[in-house]
Design a protein around this ligand. Structure first.
Ligand code: 5GP
Ligand code: MN
Length: 330
């Protein structure tokens, strides 16, 4: 259960130039896995290009290695041309090509390409894939890959991987948190991670604007179906008023989710007029990946998301509610 497919290990071992990519709007698992793996591979003497569509959000700038991230597609092409047959592309924490962002076509043209991920319903793109939906995080898998490669995990890489695991387990709380997750976390702490420092960087780093935004977002709370479904929303106006961006809404959905009676929490986000991004969080038996898939999105059993164009927040809510009730059998 904790070892990667031997063919993935052999492929990684065989190449000296590695292009690393992950999904757009990367969260702590996406970034931590990418930066952690980059450090591990460089420790093995490989040349690594860390690619992201956008510069790293201020929320994650504490992660070691952020400064080496490349956002210029021309540099990716240069790197690929220089590497020739010695190139390997690894896509991390990403369930489908399109989630790689607007340059997904150019990125997936850099072959061979392997995918390392834990999303339910990963569409298996790539020439090889190591996908384990029961895993807590891609970060946990990267640690196992490093061990299978016989690589060192430096204190810097350990911090990245620990942040990855901490993010995707909701601080070791979600169902996917296993004894192996704790075993990996323990190994990372042994390599120098300070859990308190990472937790402070991840969760106690609010600007005042972010707190004001939270006030506004929580004030939109709607309860449905005898308090079993909670819905909050954020609009562009709220972001403007509080001098914040959509990235500052990270984690807000956990507040409605924390209400005892709530089985599914929904967060409706207005990306632009009539373009809505939806986050879903479930407790217990309801599988919100099924709902997200219905709307062309994806994710995990307990945490998923999707986007809808051409409808406003109310219309998306009205379309979503009956489907949720059916999935929750209420
Ligand atoms: P979040 O709600 O934190 O944005 O995302 C929760 C989970 O759902 C993550 O695993 C994320 O990758 C997935 N997810 C969120 N939005 C989308 C989407 O629009 N498409 C797909 N395929 N997955 C999504
Ligand atoms: Mn993840």
């Amino acid at each position: 259960m904790s070892s990667p497919d031997p063919s993935i290990v052999a492929t990684v071992r065989s190449k000296g130039h590695v292009l690393l990519a992950t999904h757009f709007n990367p969260d702590g698992d996406a970034l931590g896995s990418l930066l952690g793996l980059a450090d591990v591979l460089e420790g093995l003497g490989k040349r690594v290009l860390r690619y992201l569509e956008e510069p790293v959000s201020h929320l994650y700038r504490f992660l070691p290695g952020c400064g080496q991230i490349q956002t210029d597609m021309a540099k990716v092409k240069e790197f690929a041309a220089m590497a020739g047959d010695d190139l390997l592309t690894i896509c991390l924490d990403c369930g489908e090509e399109k989630r790689l962002g607007r340059h997904h076509g150019e990125l997936t043209a850099c072959r061979p390409l392997i995918v390392i991920d834990h999303h339910q319903g990963n569409n298996g793109f790539g020439d090889g894939a190591w996908i384990e939906p029961h895993r807590s995080s891609t970060g946990e898998m990267i640690f196992d890959l490093a061990m299978a490669l016989g690589a060192e995990v430096s204190a810097r890489a350990a911090e990245c991987l620990y942040a990855a695991i901490n993010t995707d387990t909701g601080s070791f709380r979600y169902e996917s948190t296993s004894s192996h997750t704790f075993a990996v976390a323990s190994e990372l702490v042994r390599r120098g991670v300070r859990p308190e420092t990472v937790a402070t960087n991840l969760y106690d780093n609010y600007t005042l604007g972010r707190l004001r935004l939270m006030q506004e977002v929580l004030a939109t709370l709607e309860m449905h179906e005898r308090d079993r479904i909670a819905i909050i929303r954020v609009t562009q106006k709220m972001l403007e008023r509080t001098y914040t961006t959509m990235l500052d809404t990270e984690y807000f959905i956990n507040f409605p989710r924390a209400v005892t009676s709530v089985r599914v929490a929904v967060f409706l986000k207005e990306i632009e007029p009539n373009h809505v991004s939806v986050s879903l969080r479930a407790k217990g038996q309801c599988d919100v990946a099924v709902i997200a898939n219905h709307f062309g999105g994806g994710g995990h059993r307990n945490a998923s998301g999707f986007r809808v164009k051409g409808q406003n927040l109310d219309a998306v809510r009205d379309a979503l509610l009956p489907l949720l009730c059916r999935e929750m059998q209420i």
